[in-house]
Write a protein that binds this ligand. Structure first.
Ligand code: MTE
Length: 318
């Protein structure tokens, strides 16, 4: 997705030198273009040796009727190919750079137009409802996609417990600001902290997931531990990682990518094969590990959200 400024930022600046040198060594021995790096081969085979973190099993997970029956993308691919600019703009690096990031203690501030303003411990949030496994398609705006068994429960479960006021028309998610431990935040690649938002009815849709795990265990750091959202009918950048604040507001939030490149990334960012990104088509996608591209589906195949947008011009509200 970065597209705008990476050329200005030598990777030596955002990566510890040893990793940078290793990566250079790796690249020198292997000619891969960005596109080829996801084509045909397992990412695990292509990338440098990676670590999948040992995580904690989530107890009492129930199945969900929202799950797709499509083939699940292997964990090693999902957790070693990440967009997490707080750590790096290189998709292979968050797995290593986030390895020792501390996700406890961790609190989430609930504020704004809500009756029960409070600061909640993440472990208390995780106990608010029965965890479900939701196997969702996850489509990145850059054209790759994965199928992930996320663990969490509908965001609406939390929203209902904190009692929003009628004025609350939107929810703004702010993610953690910790430049001492997040090397990407010591660069100007994006404005920090990362902010995302949803309209209240989108946030209340049962498909919108408050997520704290995947593949039966707590989230690996590089996938957004300890708490993220997953909005499967929108491009991946709407699914903010490492959330520390949920703010209820009457104003449409200005999300980070919209601020960074307003003509390229909108507020809604619904997956839409009929609306191209200004610099590439969105008609097809490549599932990680597959060679041939497949057609991208409207709302990423989650037709049940269509009524949220009836009467809206989705070209204008991209
Ligand atoms: N959240 C934060 N805090 N920082 C980020 O850089 N990247 C987004 C989104 N959430 C991002 C983020 C983008 S562009 C995508 S595609 C997804 O996370 C990727 O999620 P994944 O790495 O778990 O596949």
């Amino acid at each position: 997705m970065l597209i705008k400024k990476p050329a200005d930022i030598p990777s030596s600046e955002i990566t510890p030198k040893s990793l940078y040198l290793n990566r250079r060594k790796f690249l020198a021995g292997t000619v891969i273009s960005g596109a080829a790096s996801v084509a045909g081969m397992s990412l695990g085979e292509l990338a440098e040796p990676m670590t999948v973190q040992a995580n904690t099993k989530v107890e009492g997970i129930q199945e969900s009727s929202f799950s797709t029956t499509e083939k699940i993308t292997p964990l090693k691919d999902v957790s070693n190919y990440n967009n997490y600019y707080e750590f790096s703009t290189d998709k292979y690096e968050p797995a290593k750079l986030a390895k020792d990031f501390k996700t406890r203690p961790w609190t989430v501030t609930i504020d704004g137009q809500v009756k029960k303003k409070q600061v909640l411990d993440v472990d208390a949030i995780m106990k608010m409802a029965t965890p479900e496994e939701r196997i969702y398609r996850h489509r990145c705006v850059e054209g790759w996609s994965i199928v992930v068994p996320w663990v969490g429960f509908s965001l609406s479960e939390l929203i209902n417990k904190v009692d929003p006021m009628p004025k609350a028309k939107f929810i703004e998610f702010t993610t953690v600001l910790d430049p001492n431990h997040m090397p990407g935040q010591r660069t100007g690649v994006l404005e920090w902290p990362y902010v995302e938002g949803l309209r209240m009815d989108e946030a209340m849709h049962p498909l919108a997931l408050l997520c704290f795990g995947m593949y039966g265990e707590s989230l690996p750091n590089q996938d957004g531990a300890p708490l993220r959202i997953v909005v499967p009918w929108k491009y991946g950048f709407k699914s903010a990682k490492a959330i520390v604040r949920i703010h209820f507001t009457d104003k449409q939030p200005i999300n980070t990518w919209n601020k960074s490149a307003p003509n390229e990334y909108g507020f809604y960012s619904n997956v839409n094969p009929n609306v191209d990104h200004p610099r590439w088509s969105q008609a097809k996608e490549r599932r990680l590990g597959e060679f041939f591209k497949r057609p991208t589906l409207m709302f990423n195949g989650y037709d049940q959200v269509a009524s949220l947008y009836s009467g809206m011009d989705l070209k204008k509200n991209f």
